[in-house]
Design a binder for this molecule. Sequence first.
Ligand code: COS
Length: 384
Amino acid sequence: MNHIFTEKEKEIRDKVKEFVEEELNPISLQVELEERIPGQIVDKMRAMKLFGLAIPEEFGGLGLSTLGEILVYEELTKANACFRSRIGTSNGIGSMGILFDGTREQKNKYLPRVSSGDWTAAFALTEPNAGSDAASISTGAVLEGDHWIINGTKQFITNGDCADFFTTIVVTDERKRARGGFTALIIERDTPGFFIGSPDNKMGIKGSHTTELAFRNCRVPKEYVIGGMPMVGQGFKTAMRVLDKGRLTMGACALGASQKLLDMCVAHVKQKAKYGKSWDDLQSVQFVLADMATEIYAARQMLYHSAWLRDQGNKVTHEASMVKLLCTEMADRIADRAMDIFEDEGYLKKSQIEMYLRDVRLYRIFEGTSEIQRIVISRNLLKG
Ligand code: COS
């Protein structure tokens, strides 16, 4: 498939592949057990400019295409989902709103710092009573003089523990809500009235942390609206556009994990054959491997094609939802079958099969559950 990639895309993919094999794979289990990425690894990621993958070169990033970014995430996820999460949340949903809709001043201030990895970004949309139904958020911002006064709570915010600023979606007009009443604000970490909770104790992706955020009469200058005051009311659209791209990257994570699991299963089955099991004994397992490989092949075509469509300037809301639905459900099936293949060995921490099984489950939930993707896809079908 190499022929469809540019030299730049191939170069970064190969560089990241090498980094994964030499530096990330060996520490994957340690990261899982210690629930943190070592500081020197984050420094290496900074030096490789991974925090600026999708940010244009004029703001210090690598200016990669969507396809190039997808290739990087696929590789990173093979080592451990948290590596992609740490980078991808900052370079992706955390800062993309500023890249898409921010003012020149906002881009100049935030994007170079994100690219260099000096600052980390996060995306705050989800609330205790508004997960999938994003239009039900209640965190509100009221304009008083030159400041927004914000009150409410966000939850499950990835990078909450380490982010320096948060792209935060708030209600600014209760009557209009998702249709002109939501606004995207930039909230910096040390803003008065803004509180960050401790990391959640999660089922998986242990090395990447989510937290609650609380706003108690939190005050930010009115120009902290992404895109400035003319963009008041446009926050839902900003969020949805950010998620369109985010859903493609979720597909990449699910694909990377699936490929890694297939590779592990193939190696495991070969090993069994070497130690006495006949290929006839292993026939049912062979069929499972064949199904895994076939699904992965189909998912990869779909993901790369959708990323390419986006790179040609197309709106990919529909395709991104189909990619996320198909790839994340596939990853779940593949992780489950990998556990069957590894049997009791797969249940041990050291095999890491159980880690993938727990980690990939989240892909079906965050950045929109499978049900949300089905809503988006079917609405698109029916409205046309
Ligand atoms: N790009 C740009 N604009 C979009 C859009 C997109 N992808 N999707 C919706 N919009 C716009 C619509 O066009 C509409 O504006 P107009 O009335 O001016 O046309 C507005 O946003 C409201 O859209 P809609 O009526 O579709 O909103 P719903 O409340 O029905 O919700 C879903 C739409 C279900 C798609 C949305 O709530 C969603 O994606 N939920 C999941 C949220 C999520 O992923 N959470 C994870 C947290 S982030 S890790």
